[in-house]
Write a protein that binds this ligand. Structure first.
Ligand SMILES: NC(=O)c1ccc[n+]([C@@H]2O[C@H](COP(=O)([O-])OP(=O)(O)OC[C@H]3O[C@@H](n4cnc5c(N)ncnc54)[C@H](O)[C@@H]3O)[C@@H](O)[C@H]2O)c1
Length: 351
C-alpha cells in the first residue's frame, strides 16, 4: 500500500476547500483536480502542484487516484458517483449527498456491489460542541426530548445566483430547492441527528426576494420519531444574514446555541452547575483573554480534513466511513418531504 492515499477533487468551488483539506490531512495526497472552468482548474493545479483535468473521464483513468471528492452541483452528485464506482475508486461526497433519495439509494447499492467506500460531508456533526451535544442526548442526560428547533436566517444577494457558477443555484433540477436544500441542509441534518430521526413534517415555502425558481424561505413543523416536536426555518432573505440558531429542550434540561457559540447549557443534575460553567467557558461567547491552549475550538478541527482523514483510515482498516450514505440521505428525505408537504398542504409521513 502506498504511504499516502491519492485523492482528486472534481468541482473547484467548494472543492477548493477539499484540496486544502487533502493537502493538510494525515495520510492523504492531492494527486489531481478536475473542473470544466479552466481558470479554477489552473489555480488549484498550480497551487498544489498536482495534475489538472478538464475531462472527468480522463480523471477516472488516473491510476494514482484512489479517492475522488465530488463537489459539483448537488443534483449531479450521484451521476458523478456512479462513474467513480464503475472505475473502482472510493468517494467523498459533498452535502447534500444528492437531491433525490432514490438516486442516493442506487449509488449506495452500486458502491456496495463494487466494494468501494462512500463517505459524506456533514462537517457540522464533527464540531466539538455538536459532538458533545449529540453524546449528551444519547446518554439520556437531557431526559426525554421535547423540542428541537433550527433556524437559519441567512442572506444571499441576487448576484450569488446571477454570477459565475450561479446558474444552477435555486433551481429544482440541480439544487433540489434553495435555502432549505442548499444552505439549510446542515441545520436539517443536525436536528434529525440530534433528535434521532424524523417521523413526519408539515412545510411551507416560496420565493420572496430573489429571481430564482425554487424557494428562498421555508418553514416546517417537525414530528420526531421519539415524539418530540420541532421547527425548521431557513431563508436567504434576511439582510445582512444572522447566525444559525439551534435550541434543544428535554425533560431534564435545555441547550441553546448558534453555529459557533454555546448560549446556554442547563441540565438538572447535581454536578450540572459546574458542567454548565465549564461548557460556557469552553464553547460560550469568546473572551479575548481565553488562551488558545484551553480552547478546543481553536485546534482547527476542520470538518473536511477530519472526513478526508477518516476515509484514509477507512481504506486502511477496510471499514465504513464515519458518515455514510445511509446517514447522509436522512436530511435529503426530510427536505423533500417538507417540499411535498408545501405543495400538497398535508402532513407528510416519512418512509
Ligand atoms: N459543506 C459545505 O458547507 C458546502 C458549502 C458550499 C457548497 N457545498 C456543496 O458543494 C457543491 C458545489 O457547490 P459550489 O457552491 O462550490 O458550486 P460551484 O458551482 O461554485 O462549483 C461547482 C464546480 O463544478 C464544476 N463542474 C460542473 N460540472 C462539471 C463537470 N462535468 N466536470 C468537471 N467540473 C464540473 C463547475 O465548473 C464548478 O466549478 C454543492 O453540492 C454544494 O451543496 C458544500
Amino acid at each position: 500500500m502506498a504511504a499516502e492515499v491519492g485523492f482528486a477533487v472534481v468541482g473547484l468551488g467548494m472543492g477548493k476547500h477539499h484540496c486544502r483539506s487533502i493537502d493538510e490531512g494525515k495520510g492523504s495526497r492531492l494527486a489531481a483536480v478536475c473542473d470544466l472552468d479552466e481558470e479554477r482548474l489552473a489555480q488549484m493545479r498550480d497551487k498544489f502542484s498536482c495534475k489538472g483535468y478538464t475531462s472527468f473521464e480522463d480523471l477516472l483513468r488516473d491510476d494514482e487516484v484512489e479517492v475522488i471528492n465530488i463537489a459539483t452541483p448537488s443534483g449531479t452528485h450521484v451521476e458523478f458517483g456512479l462513474k467513480v464506482v464503475d472505475a473502482g475508486k472510493h468517494i467523498i461526497l459533498e452535502k447534500p449527498a444528492d437531491i433525490n433519495t432514490e438516486r442516493i439509494d442506487a449509488l449506495a447499492k452500486a458502491g456496495k456491489a463494487r466494494g468501494v467506500k462512500i463517505g459524506c460531508i456533514f462537517q457540522s456533526r464533527l464540531e466539538p460542541l455538536n459532538a458533545r451535544i449529540y453524546d449528551t442526548i444519547q446518554s439520556g442526560r437531557l431526559g426525554k426530548l421535547i423540542g428541537l428547533h433550527g433556524h437559519l436566517p441567512w442572506y444571499r444577494a441576487q448576484s450569488y445566483f446571477d454570477g459565475p457558477h450561479g446558474e444552477w443555484k435555486g433551481t429544482w433540477s440541480l439544487d433540489g430547492g434553495g435555502s432549505l436544500m442548499n444552505q439549510g441542509v446542515h441545520t436539517v441534518d443536525l436536528l434529525q441527528w440530534f433528535g434521532g430521526g424524523v417521523k413526519s413534517v408539515m412545510g411551507m415555502f416560496d420565493v420572496y426576494n430573489h429571481n430564482i425558481e425554487s424557494e428562498d424561505q421555508a418553514v416546517a413543523l417537525v414530528r420526531f420519531k421519539n415524539g418530540a416536536l420541532g421547527t425548521i426555518y431557513t431563508t436567504t432573505c434576511c439582510f445582512p444574514g444572522y447566525d444559525q440558531r439551534i435550541t434543544i429542550y428535554g425533560s431534564k434540561g435545555s441547550i441553546l446555541k448558534t453555529a459557533t457559540e454555546l448560549l446556554a447549557w442547563n441540565i438538572q443534575y447535581e454536578e450540572g452547575e459546574e458542567e454548565a460553567k465549564e461548557m460556557m467557558r469552553i464553547f460560550g461567547p469568546k473572551d479575548e483573554s481565553l488562551g488558545i491552549s484551553s480552547d478546543p475550538l481553536a485546534l482547527g478541527a476542520d470538518g473536511h480534513t477530519l472526513i478526508v482523514e477518516d476515509m484514509v483510515q477507512a481504506i486502511r482498516e477496510d471499514r465504513e466511513p464515519m458518515i455514510g450514505l445511509a446517514s447522509a440521505r436522512n436530511a435529503v428525505e426530510v427536505i423533500n418531504a417538507i417540499f411535498e408537504s408545501g405543495r400538497t398542504r398535508a402532513e407528510v409521513v416519512l418512509e
